[in-house]
Design a protein around this ligand. Structure first.
Ligand code: HEM
Length: 425
């Protein structure tokens, strides 16, 4: 027992020594890197070299530069070009859900849906459905192992994440095929933008960087959007009055009309931004069921909080959930009430930091507009093409009747098909 205890202490001491050495090494190398650039100053010129960081040794400011390309991927123009594809992916998925006679698990299905969206819309891979299914399984294995102990042993989760072989194979093949097909064409998805922008910056991306980039994009988009989609469906199920109000808005805007659902690719960004109540519904889902509980930061400067000092250098976590739960601006915090975000009440307008489902500051979520767009299209399609209800009381299941037509005279929704879909949330 004593022997084991001593071994543990010595392992911890070694780990701590390694961490300290690596931190010191990084700090020293960054200073030397800074000096190296300062030394390149042309002494015959009196002007100083520009202020600012030279980044980290060798990689310099590549991370920052990549971040700028990330922003371009989520610009207004980019979102407008993704919209018809997002709508198509969602419509196809709802059709598939409705053709299934047995119960489906909404969270699992939402994961597949967001993965498909990321693959087809963000990356533009035109791979067959079977390959997509295989890639999804490979990706899920990767995600399951991401939060494993950093122990590099054969068959350990850590080793699997480091090797990433099956993902590399699948993504590599899809990227090569895509590059061959799209050469000389206008770019239309996030991966195209990534490739084109890097060329514009005089830095062509290597295959490894492209594979890593695709993995990072999907990682950021996948579980968060799947979780929010599930919460959205669940809340629409539990609050029929909200769903009806949403349908009224869609009718008023001419989206839900006598022909039934919106036509493929017919939605536009400005149409969606005009749907005020839909915006309130999405905001309320994100307030009450925030997919990310919080984020980590390093304190750069000592500051005071509630009479205590938080010293420089500490690692701190900001909690999105606690913030939403305790923010004084929200009345009846536990009640699902989209109208709190209506123009008349605007509960989120008092104070900048009470509502932050997508984080805040410089590291705020880059994909927030894309995520909101996706959720809005999902809500529009669900509300206008389907009737759904909880199938059991004990465990939330839904029953969904797809593809309605509207009786233009009576303005009632009539089922065109009896196909039922039960889904488990
Ligand atoms: C409902 C869905 C989503 C939620 C709730 C969400 C939430 C967040 C939050 C809270 C952060 C900040 C974490 C921190 O403070 O450290 C973040 C960062 C980020 N998100 Fe999202 N996200 C969502 C969807 C997406 C999508 C679809 C993408 C696009 C692929 C995306 C890309 C990113 C990126 C790239 C960052 C890192 C930004 C940086 O470090 O500068 N997210 N997200």
């Amino acid at each position: 027992m004593l022997f084991e205890g001593l071994e543990l202490v010595s392992a911890l001491a070694t780990l701590a020594a390694c961490l300290v050495s690596v931190t010191l090494l990084l700090a020293v190398s960054q200073q030397l890197w800074q000096l190296r650039w300062a030394a390149t100053r042309d002494k015959s010129c009196k002007l100083p070299i520009p202020k600012g960081s030279m980044g980290f040794p060798l990689i310099g400011e590549t991370g920052h530069w990549l971040l700028q390309i990330f922003s371009k991927i989520f610009s207004h123009e980019a979102l407008e070009s993704y919209l018809p594809k997002i709508q198509l992916v969602i419509q196809d998925t709802l059709r598939a859900w409705s053709s299934q006679p047995e119960a489906i698990n909404v969270y699992q299905e939402a994961q597949k849906l967001t993965f498909r969206m990321a693959i087809r819309v963000l990356l533009g891979f035109s791979i067959p459905e079977e390959d997509l299914g295989h890639l999804f399984e490979v990706y899920q294995q990767f995600v399951e192992n991401v939060f494993s102990l950093p122990v590099d042993l054969p068959f350990s989760g850590y080793r699997r994440v480091r090797e990433r072989c099956p993902w590399e194979e699948g993504a590599g093949k899809a990227i090569r095929e895509k590059l061959q097909c799209t050469q000389g064409k206008d770019y239309s998805d996030a991966l195209d933008i990534l490739i084109e922008s890097s060329k514009e910056h005089g830095k062509e991306m290597t295959m490894q960087e492209l594979k890593d980039g695709t993995l990072e994009l999907i990682f950021a988009a996948y579980a968060t959007t799947a979780s929010a989609s599930t919460s959205l469906i669940m809340q629409l199920l539990k609050h029929p009055a909200v769903l009806e109000k949403l349908r009224e808005e869609l009718r008023a805007q001419g989206i839900l009309h006598s022909g039934g659902c919106p036509c493929e690719g017919s939605l536009r960004l400005d149409t969606l931004s005009g749907l005020r109540y839909l915006d309130c519904v999405i905001k309320e889902v994100m307030r009450l069921f925030t997919p990310i509980s919080g984020g980590y930061r390093t304190v750069l400067q000592t500051f005071e909080l509630d009479g205590f000092q938080i010293p420089k250098g500490w690692s701190v976590m900001y909690s999105i959930r606690d913030t939403h739960d305790t923010a004084p601006v929200f009345k009846d915090v536990n009640v699902f009430d989209p109208d709190r975000f209506s123009q008349a009440r605007s509960e989120d307008k008092d104070g900048r930091f009470h509502y932050l489902p997508f984080g805040g500051g410089v590291r705020t979520c880059l994909g927030k507009h894309l995520a909101k767009l996706f959720l809005k299209v999902l809500a529009v399609e669900l509300a206008s093409t389907s009737r759904f209800e909880l199938a059991t009381r004990t465990f939330p299941r839904i029953t969904l009747v797809p593809f309605f037509g509207l009786d233009s005279n009576q303005n009632k929704i009539l089922p065109e098909t009896e196909a039922m879909l039960s889904a488990t949330v």
